[in-house]
Design a protein around this ligand. Structure first.
Ligand code: PMP
Length: 405
């Protein structure tokens, strides 16, 4: 079993107090805290290796370039990609999805085509496709969910057809916590010759991701949600697609020969890494993945599932509390509402007890419409959270209830 006390000591921020109370950080779906191991790596990089990558012919530049490319290798191994050049550094999940929506869209999507997303998608996995559909006169189609917050697979199979050019679904719902059956989605899509993009923003930090085993065509995630810095993210893409897609942004590094008459482009992965990338962020992401690998992603999943089950049980005991998202297969987020109390008020009052949760629509406005609500309170967990913290959350919720009654 995972030694949570030891792990908590790895995260300096967790020992802080909020309003003189122990900080209970349950907003990990929004962003995660950083272990000392990652902070030290960032410090070391900027203290002794910092220089722009791929450009200078000097000592520091060579070191920085080597670290950056070593980071790409760590990420390739973490997701088990087939090729190193299938790992593209981006700014984050949003940036990765926009890259595919623009570039894949330019090449493969035409008037009358369809893109399939689901009803539980984050705005980041809706709006880029809407922009593409507007540009190309294509149509966005939506896979519905049932009342438990699971995709209705039979509807998905009905929606996919010869006009479908891409399926884009989330691995794990940031609001409902649902783990989608992505392997089955990919199988069905491929049977119809349709590629699949997985939004892994809430998946990669909680469960083992093996892109070759999944056979996904694209997998996007953010560094800041997996214990690394913000402003760095990954797009994994199959070589066959990335090679045939045009560049997303123009600038330095993504070119081969530039002239006013004609410019030719660099090879993968550089073709998609225009300008100075967040190389410091890439190194922090590599460190974060090493940190996780040392603990073991399977151990993390097991611990987080046990914590989720405990939290679900305890929260369900609170009268007047309704949980949104009751899928059979769930990951580390619980959304709820308290009878008669606005979600924002609950969040503000929990905060005063040292408990950090998120309230609102969670960038899921279409999902909120489906649920018939204006927002939820969301507690989202990491492997550094404890059952004692869940108890504090529940006690604080009971106090909020008392005050409002
Ligand atoms: N998709 C999902 C499911 C998310 O939870 C988030 C972040 N809340 C995003 C996409 C966007 O991630 P980022 O803001 O890091 O680009």
């Amino acid at each position: 079993m995972l030694d949570v006390n030891k792990i908590r000591n790895d995260f300096p921020i967790l020992s802080q107090k909020a309003y003189n109370k122990p900080l209970v950080y349950l907003d990990n779906g929004a962003t995660t805290q950083k272990p000392q191991f990652v902070l030290d790596k960032i410090n070391k990089f900027y203290s002794s290796q910092n220089s722009n990558i791929h450009r200078g012919a000097h000592y520091l530049s060579e070191q920085a370039t080597a670290e950056y490319e070593k980071a790409r290798l760590t990420i390739k191994q973490f997701v088990n990609a087939n090729h190193l050049h299938e790992i593209i550094f981006t700014k984050g999940t949003t940036d990765s999805i926009n890259l595919v929506a623009f570039s894949y869209g330019e090449k493969f999507v035409n008037e009358g085509d369809e893109i399939l997303v689901s009803e539980m998608e984050h705005h980041s996995n809706i709006v880029p496709w809407q922009l593409l559909c507007e540009r190309k006169n294509a149509t966005l189609k939506v896979i519905p969910i049932n009342d438990a917050g699971e995709l209705i697979m039979s509807e998905f199979e009905k929606l996919i057809n010869k006009n479908t050019k891409l399926v884009a679904v989330t691995h794990v719902s940031n609001t409902l916590g649902t783990i989608n059956p992505i392997k089955e989605i990919i199988r069905v899509a491929h049977k119809n010759n349709v590629p699949v993009l997985i939004d892994g923003a809430q998946g990669i930090q909680h469960t083992k991701v093996n892109v070759q085993e999944l056979d996904c065509d694209f997998y996007a995630f953010s560094g800041h949600k997996i214990y690394a810095e913000t402003g760095i993210g990954i797009l994994y893409g199959k070589e066959k697609y990335l090679n045939s897609m045009p560049p997303y942004q123009g600038g330095g590094n993504m070119v081969d020969i530039v002239s006013f008459e004609k410019t030719t482009y660099n090879e993968l992965p550089h073709k998609f890494e225009a300008g100075t990338t967040n190389f410091g962020g890439a190194i922090s992401l590599s460190a974060a993945l090493q940190y996780i690998s040392n603990i073991g992603i399977d151990k993390i999943s097991e611990y987080e599932l046990d914590l989720l089950n405990y939290a679900t049980e305890k929260l369900s005991e609170i009268e007047g509390l309704v949980i949104y998202g009751t899928a059979n297969n769930k990951s580390s987020a619980i959304s709820f509402l308290l009878d008669g109390i606005h979600h924002y008020d609950v969040g503000v009052m929990l905060d005063k007890t040292g408990v950090a949760v998120r309230t609102g629509t969670h960038c899921n406005q279409p999902l909120m419409k489906r649920l018939g609500i204006t927002g939820t309170v969301r507690a989202s967990f990491s492997f550094y959270n404890t059952k004692e913290e869940v108890d504090i959350l529940c006690n604080s919720i009971n106090r909020v209830k008392q005050i409002f009654s």
